[in-house]
Design a protein around this ligand. Structure first.
Ligand code: NAI
Ligand code: PYR
Ligand code: MG
Length: 571
C-alpha cells in the first residue's frame, strides 16, 4: 500500500501539532496576564522583557556561533520555538540575517540537510504518495495562502540535492513573511521527493529521501497535475511558487493559465534583473537599439531574464525581432546558434542565432570578441567564469560596462564585486545574485547591487493573494519589475545604486505588491474587486494593514486574553 493510503483526515483549522510555527507561548515579552492565561506562568523566567533586551541576547548568541551553518541552525531553532521573536529579529536585522537564512548559507544547509536536520519545517510528498496527495495535505494543520515548492533537482548552482533542497522553500518563505508580511502560519514549504539523479546522495545512508532515480518527465507531469489540483482544492486561494526545478518550462507552460502560480527562477529572476537593468541603462546612457547582451548560461534563469528584457526593449520602440537579436546566449557548448549541430532545448530556440555565418564560438572570450557586448550576464553556475581578462575587455569596450554575475551561492558567482571593480577601474554597473560587501575604491565607498529575486517574489505572491488573482500573468510579472525599478530613494539614485537598500525591503515590497495588484486588475484576473476603487495611496495603506507585523503579535495575544476574560466573567 502507498504510504499515503492510510492517512487520516484531520480538521483544517487544527493547530495542536508542531510541524508549524509556534505561537510564541514562551516568549519572554508576554505579560504576566498573558502567561497566566496561556498557562505558561512559571515556565519562563519572571522578567517581562522588551524587544531590545531580547534582540541583544539573540544577536550575542547568534554572533557567538563560529560558522555560518552554526548561525543558520541557531536561527532555525529560534523560528521553531518562538516564531514572532524570530521575525522581529529578522525584520530589524535584515541585512545581517538574510545571508544566513538565504543565499549563500542556505546552499550549504541544503548540501548538509540530512546531516543537520533537526525538526520538520514543511511537507514532503513522495512519488509513492501519488493518488493520495490530497489526503496527505490534510495533515498540514493550518490554512495556507502561499507555498514554495521544489523537487530539489537544481538547488541554486549546486545541482540535484533531492529532498535536501527543503532549505530553499523554508528560506524563501521566511522572506515572504519578513519582506511581504505573509503570516508565517499561512506559508507552506513543500518538497517533492521525485527521486534524485544524484547517485552519491542515493548511496548516502543519511540521505532522507527515497533511493529511486529521478522519475521520468511524463511521471513528473502526472504527479504535478495531481499536486496542483490537490493544493487548490485543499486551499482554494493558494498561490504556488515553483522553485529550483531542473527543467521548469513545461510546468510553467502547463499551469500558468489554470492556477495562481508562477516560476520564480524564470519569471521572478527575469523581473528582478529587468528592474536593475532599467536603472543600469539610465546610468550607462546606451539606448536599447545599441545594446548587445552576452549571457553566459541559457537555462531557466538566463532565458527568463532575456525574455523580460526583450519586453522592455519592445516598450522602448524596438520590434520583437530587433529586440531578440540584441542577445547572444552561451551554454556549456558555446554560442547558441541554429547550425551548431546539436538539437537545441526548446527554450533556447527563440534566442538561437542565425547570423554566425557558419562559425561556432566555443569560449566566452571568443563570443565577447565576436559580439563586443555592452552587457555581460552570468547565469551559468560557473564560479569565476568572468576572468580578469574578460572583465578588462568589457571595460575596454564600454564606458560603463554592465556586469551581472548572478549565479548562486557566492562560490558560483561568475566574479566577485572586488574583481569587477578592480578590472573595470570602478566603472562597472554591477549586480550579483549573492551579496558581496561594499568596498573602498579611490576614496569612495562602492556598494554592489544584489540582483536577486528576493526583491520581487514577496510582492508578486502578496499581490496575487490580496487581489485574489486567478492566474499570475506576464503583465503582473512585468509590473513587479517596473515597480521595483522606481522604488529607489533619491539618495540611493545619487549613489548610482541599481536596487534599493535591502533594509527597506518591506516598504519596497509594498510598492511591488501595489504594481502587481494594478496589473492583475488591468488583465481582469482579480477577484477582490473592491481594491479597484482605491487610490494608489489607499491601496498601499491597505497592503500595509494586511501585512503581518511581528511587533504587534503581543498586542493580539493581549486582545484575545481580554476577550476571553470578558467571556469568562459573563459565565
Ligand atoms: N540571482 C538570482 O536571483 C537567481 C540566480 N540564479 C542562478 O542562476 C544559475 C542558473 O540557474 P538556472 O538557469 O535555473 O539553471 P539551469 O540549469 O537551467 O541553466 C544553467 C545554464 O548554464 C549553462 N552552463 C553550464 N555550464 C556551463 C559552462 N561551463 N559554460 C557556459 N554555460 C554553462 C547550461 O548549459 C545552462 O544553459 C544558478 O546558479 C542559480 O543559482 C537562478 C535564479 C535566480
Ligand atoms: C535565487 C534563486 O532563486 C536561485 O539562485 O535559484
Ligand atoms: Mg531559485
Amino acid at each position: 500500500m502507498a504510504p499515503g493510503a492510510n492517512v487520516k483526515h484531520t480538521p483544517a483549522s487544527s493547530s495542536r501539532r508542531s510541524a508549524s510555527p509556534s505561537r510564541g507561548e514562551y516568549d519572554t515579552s508576554n505579560t504576566v496576564e498573558a502567561r497566566k492565561l496561556l498557562r505558561t506562568y512559571g515556565l519562563v523566567p519572571p522578567n517581562v522583557e522588551s524587544f531590545e533586551i531580547q534582540e541583544k541576547r539573540c544577536i550575542n548568541q547568534l554572533r557567538s556561533k563560529q560558522t555560518p551553518i552554526g548561525r543558520y541552525l541557531y536561527l532555525s531553532q529560534l523560528r521553531a520555538t518562538n516564531v514572532h521573536l524570530f521575525y522581529r529579529l529578522l525584520s530589524k536585522n535584515i541585512k545581517e540575517l538574510t545571508p544566513l537564512i538565504y543565499t549563500p548559507t542556505v546552499g550549504e544547509a541544503c548540501q548538509r540537510w540530512s546531516e543537520i536536520y533537526a525538526q520538520p519545517e514543511g511537507m514532503y510528498l513522495s512519488y509513492s504518495d501519488k493518488g493520495h496527495l490530497f489526503q496527505i495535505l490534510q495533515n498540514w494543520p493550518h490554512e495556507v495562502e502561499m507555498t514554495v515548492v521544489t523537487d530539489g533537482s537544481r538547488i541554486l548552482g549546486l545541482g540535484d540535492l533531492g529532498v535536501n533542497g527543503m532549505g530553499i522553500p523554508v528560506g524563501k518563505l521566511s522572506l515572504y513573511t519578513a519582506c511581504a508580511g505573509i503570516r508565517p502560519d499561512r506559508c507552506l514549504p513543500l518538497t517533492l521527493d521525485l527521486g534524485t539523479s544524484n547517485e552519491a546522495l542515493r548511496n548516502d545512508p543519511m540521505y532522507m529521501g527515497s533511493r529511486r532515480p529521478k522519475v521520468s518527465a511524463e511521471e513528473e507531469k502526472e504527479f504535478l497535475d495531481e499536486l496542483m489540483a490537490a493544493l487548490t482544492e485543499r486551499w482554494p486561494g493558494i498561490v504556488i511558487q515553483y522553485e529550483d526545478f531542473k527543467n521548469p518550462f513545461p510546468s510553467l507552460e502547463r499551469y500558468q493559465n489554470t492556477y495562481s502560480m508562477f516560476n520564480d527562477d524564470i519569471q521572478g529572476t527575469g523581473a528582478v534583473i529587468l528592474a536593475g537593468f532599467i536603472n543600469a541603462v539610465k546610468q550607462s546612457g546606451v539606448p536599447a537599439a545599441n545594446q548587445r547582451a552576452v549571457f553566459l548560461g541559457a537555462g531557466s534563469a538566463g532565458v527568463g531574464v532575456a525574455k523580460q528584457i526583450v519586453e522592455f526593449f519592445r516598450k522602448e520602440g524596438l520590434t520583437e525581432d530587433e529586440a531578440r537579436r540584441c542577445f547572444w546566449l552561451v551554454d556549456s557548448k558555446g554560442l547558441v546558434t541554429d547550425d551548431r549541430g546539436d538539437k537545441l532545448a526548446e527554450h533556447k530556440v527563440y534566442f538561437s542565432r542565425p547570423d554566425n555565418n557558419g562559425k561556432q564560438y566555443k569560449s566566452l572570450e571568443e563570443v565577447i570578441e565576436y559580439v563586443k557586448p555592452t552587457i555581460l550576464m552570468g547565469l551559468s553556475t560557473i564560479g569565476g567564469a568572468f576572468t580578469p581578462k574578460i572583465i578588462r575587455r568589457m571595460a575596454d569596450l564600454n564606458k560603463r560596462p554592465v556586469i551581472f554575475p548572478l549565479s548562486n551561492p557566492s562560490s558560483k558567482s561568475e566574479c566577485t564585486f572586488e574583481e569587477a571593480v578592480k578590472y573595470t577601474k570602478g566603472r562597472c554597473l554591477f549586480a550579483s545574485g549573492s551579496p558581496f560587501p561594499p568596498l573602498e575604491y579611490e576614496g569612495k565607498t562602492l556598494s554592489p547591487g544584489q540582483g536577486n529575486n528576493v526583491y520581487v517574489f514577496p510582492g508578486i505572491g502578496l499581490g496575487a493573494i490580496l487581489s485574489k488573482a486567478v492566474n499570475v500573468s506576464q503583465g503582473m510579472i512585468y509590473a513587479s519589475a517596473e515597480a521595483l525599478s522606481t522604488a529607489l530613494t533619491p539618495e540611493e539614485r545619487s549613489e548610482d545604486w541599481l536596487y534599493p537598500d535591502i533594509s527597506r525591503i518591506r516598504e519596497v515590497s509594498v510598492v511591488v505588491t501595489r504594481g502587481v495588484i494594478r496589473a492583475a486588475q488591468k488583465d481582469g484576473l482579480d477577484r477582490e474587486l473592491a481594491l479597484r476603487n482605491l487610490s494608489d495611496a489607499d491601496l498601499e495603506e491597505y497592503i500595509r494593514q494586511r501585512m503581518y507585523d511581528p511587533f504587534k503579535e503581543g498586542d493580539k495575544v493581549e486582545a484575545e486574553i481580554k476577550e476571553l476574560a470578558q467571556h469568562v466573567s459573563r459565565l
